[in-house]
Design a binder for this molecule. Structure first.
Ligand SMILES: [Fe+2]
Ligand SMILES: [Fe+2]
Length: 451
């Protein structure tokens, strides 16, 4: 596969040198231009592909606006960032930046890794050697007293470490008491602990970002393998998703966590597009993180509806993955999305989540507007059911409808124990799904009961 680059144009030569000297260029190479002319030559070079470009607001021989236009023309879809000194004033208004299609304006000092984390998939940035270096100072087999919040747990039976563990692994002896049993980089005999009936390993919270990258990479590798069964692939996508959502719920969405979501969506696409997965394969996960299931099902539905173009399919996946982003900071009762259990005030708050979510999406520039629109409308239904009450020329946009129908379905199957699932599915099939257009309903039903 062709290696992708990062392109930086800046008259600040020491800055360019610092980027070229950065060790991360071993993972993603950087091309630097001291002048606008040089930038244009590099950008036009069709033997290279670019993850993104960074343009300083001060250019030697060209106007930034001109370079931005040139970039859109030659490399449509490649994200563009502006860089400036912290004390410099941005020479454009917010709306000008929007029209110019600028993702974000960044202040110096900024290092290469910070720049990469905005545009490069986590799995590309995951450097096993580096991760194994971040072992901490806790000694092996010695008890450490720390708050439980300093750790997160991973299932022991599915901790795929190969021969070596990438992370320091702990066991939890009692509340707030841990012991490190495997050091990062050391050969890990996970089976030995499984024989002892260990259910979970614990990992220090500090390396959680690395762990998500690790899950993304493991999932991507398994998804690409012809030997692995689809049941394992589904499980891996859910495990990766669970990590992504744990962080997303905690930190909310920003440019960095958006990369994480893109990584998750790309694994979902690999699962749905290159493997035969049926709704039934997913049902045992119905009680897990709601958005994972919605993302997978919406992607399956998109495929069923014949959507193929990379960009539009990506927009569907991202919108589905983020559809409830407006809920995550709300009280638990509201996050369950069950109005029958809410007070009138809580219902009001609940009804504001599509709008809030779309505002969050809008603040992350670079997301297609179809995404924030779909988030805003994912509870809109035909015939004035749903909310918000407005009904844009009769119904929600197509992506919102696709998310809406899977959302309803997942909520129904997710609330019952396994035994009741078949019944619930049948009921969903029988119910006249009047809130959606016929085409979407037919495609969804076809997905539940393949011909
Ligand atoms: Fe929702
Ligand atoms: Fe939802």
């Amino acid at each position: 596969m062709m290696k992708s680059w990062v392109l930086v144009a800046d008259a600040d030569v020491p800055f360019l040198i610092s980027l070229r000297d950065d060790s991360k260029t071993a993972l993603v190479p950087v091309a630097t231009a001291e002048s606008g002319r040089q930038y244009q030559t590099l950008l036009a070079d069709q033997t290279r592909s670019y993850y993104g470009v960074f343009l300083s607001i001060t250019q030697k021989d060209a106007s930034v606006v001109g370079l931005v236009k040139f970039t859109h023309l030659r490399r449509p879809g490649v994200p563009i960032f502006l860089i400036k000194q912290a004390h410099d004033v941005v020479p454009f208004t917010e709306s000008e930046l929007r029209t110019m299609g600028i993702h974000k304006v960044l202040d110096k000092p900024i290092n290469y890794l910070e720049m990469l984390s905005l545009i490069v998939p986590l799995r590309v940035l995951f450097d096993p050697d580096e991760v194994m270096q971040v072992r901490n100072h806790d000694a092996l087999n010695e008890e450490v007293k720390v708050e439980d919040a300093a750790f997160f747990s991973v299932q022991a039976s599915t901790y795929l470490a190969g021969n070596k563990s990438f992370f320091d692994l702990y066991l939890r002896l009692s509340p707030n008491l841990y012991v490190k049993v495997i050091k990062a980089g050391d050969t890990a005999n996970v089976n030995q602990y499984l024989d002892l009936d260990v259910q979970e390993f614990f990992i220090r919270y500090e390396v959680r970002g690395y762990y998500v990258a690790f899950c993304e990479r493991m999932a991507a590798a398994l998804l690409a393998s012809a030997q692995v069964s689809s049941a394992i692939k589904v499980g891996q996508v859910f495990r990766h998703g669970a990590e992504v959502y744990a962080l997303l719920r905690q930190n909310s969405a920003n440019e960095q966590s958006l990369q994480m979501v893109y990584g998750f969506v790309s694994n979902v696409h690999a699962l749905v597009i290159h493997n035969t997965v049926t709704v039934r394969d997913l049902l045992s996960y119905a009680n897990q993180e709601h958005a994972i299931m919605v993302t997978i099902l919406t992607t399956m539905l998109a495929q069923k509806l014949g959507m193929k173009a990379d960009k539009s399919l990506e927009a569907v996946g991202i919108a589905a993955a983020l559809h409830d982003i407006g809920l995550y900071k709300m009280p638990a009762i509201i996050q369950q999305e069950d109005e029958s259990k809410m007070t009138p005030d809580q219902v009001d708050l609940y009804h504001s989540h599509p709008d809030l979510g779309s505002q969050i999406a809008e603040s992350l520039r670079g997301l297609p507007s179809a995404v924030s629109q779909a988030i805003a409308q994912h509870h809109v239904r035909h015939g004035k059911h749903g909310f918000p009450a407005f009904s844009p020329s009769g119904g929600a946009n197509r992506i919102a409808e696709m998310i809406g129908i899977t959302d309803d379905f997942v909520r129904i199957v997710g609330t019952v124990e396994q035994e009741g699932l078949e019944e619930r599915m049948k009921a969903f099939l029988m119910a006249t799904t009047t809130g959606f257009s016929d085409e979407v309903v037919t495609a969804f039903k076809g997905m539940l009961v393949p011909e």
